[in-house]
Ligand binder design. Structure first.
Ligand code: PTJ
Length: 244
């Protein structure tokens, strides 16, 4: 595996670093075959957004923190890309919220599940955290979904009331909402089905969301009313203002 050689002064340093993390994860068998395509799509939207957290996305993240703090059974649900890019912050957020993390992937294979759970467990040990990691023995199925992507854990996604699920797919987001859950999605594409179907959509890059959310969950936050369409409109009008 090649070493990471970019100079920190390189204008695209962070972007190159994220790509490198994905390469390492690919090498370790953690990612779906299409993970790089998904990342490239995210990068394209991030470029349009200016590669910075917008005020509207920061506001959505703050509401997400309040919802997670207020939840009875919150769960952080991670796929391959999010684990590769943001494992440490997600573990720290889970520790603050005292909630488990469930590895739950779209393209499920036993090998990938094992690689992801091992990696997350190693990071947890390294950080000295006590977060419960779920996913290796699914005992529940998300109603209305077929195939391996429906598999999950009852004591994780199954009985949760608030699900934080970055880079989710539209069908599963809809199925989780039909179960009555409050679904928080992170997606750089404001037009994706999951962005449109979520209870709360954070249109921002997952590593930036991780850092912001970690900052917010550190102190108690008041719940406030919001309209999710405004977060989607906020991202679209931000893009329009930058280029028109
Ligand atoms: O690990 P698995 O098996 O669950 O599979 C994960 C992928 C991401 C491959 C799978 O869910 C997939 O194919 O996703 P899609 O349908 O390509 O959607 C991915 C969405 O995530 C796109 O709308 C991207 O804009 C968005 N995205 C990609 N990278 C990031 C991102 N959003 C936030 N931060 C990112 N770093």
């Amino acid at each position: 595996m090649r070493e990471f050689e970019a100079d920190p002064s390189h204008p695209r340093y962070h972007s190159l670093w994220l790509r490198h993390k994905l390469e390492l994860a690919q090498h370790a068998g953690m990612l779906a075959n299409s993970a790089m395509i998904a990342h490239g799509r995210g990068e394209a939207f991030d470029y349009l957004l200016g590669e910075k957290t917008t005020d509207s996305a920061r506001h959505a993240t703050k509401i997400a923190a309040a919802k997670l703090q207020d939840a009875t059974k919150p769960i952080i649900c991670l796929n391959g890309n999010t684990t590769a890019l943001a494992a440490d912050t997600m573990l720290q957020i889970a520790e603050h919220l005292q909630c488990p993390i469930e590895i739950n992937i779209f393209y499920r294979t036993n090998e990938r599940m094992k690689a992801l759970i091992n990696y997350l467990s190693e990071r947890k040990e390294e950080l000295g955290l006590g977060v419960e990691i779920l996913g290796d023995s699914p005992d529940y199925s998300i109603p209305g979904l077929k195939g391996p992507r429906a598999s999950c854990c009852w004591n994780g996604i199954g009985e949760s009331d608030v699900v934080f699920v970055p880079l989710e797919d539209g069908d599963r987001c809809e199925a989780l909402r039909k179960m009555g859950k409050f679904v928080i999605v992170v997606d750089l594409n404001p037009l994706s089905r999951s962005a449109q179907k979520a209870s709360l959509t954070i249109i921002d890059e997952i590593t930036r969301v991780g850092n912001n959310l970690l900052e917010f969950v550190n102190s108690p936050i008041e719940l406030e009313d919001y309209q999710n369409e405004l977060f989607i409109e906020g991202a679209l009008s931000h893009i329009a203002r930058r280029f028109l």
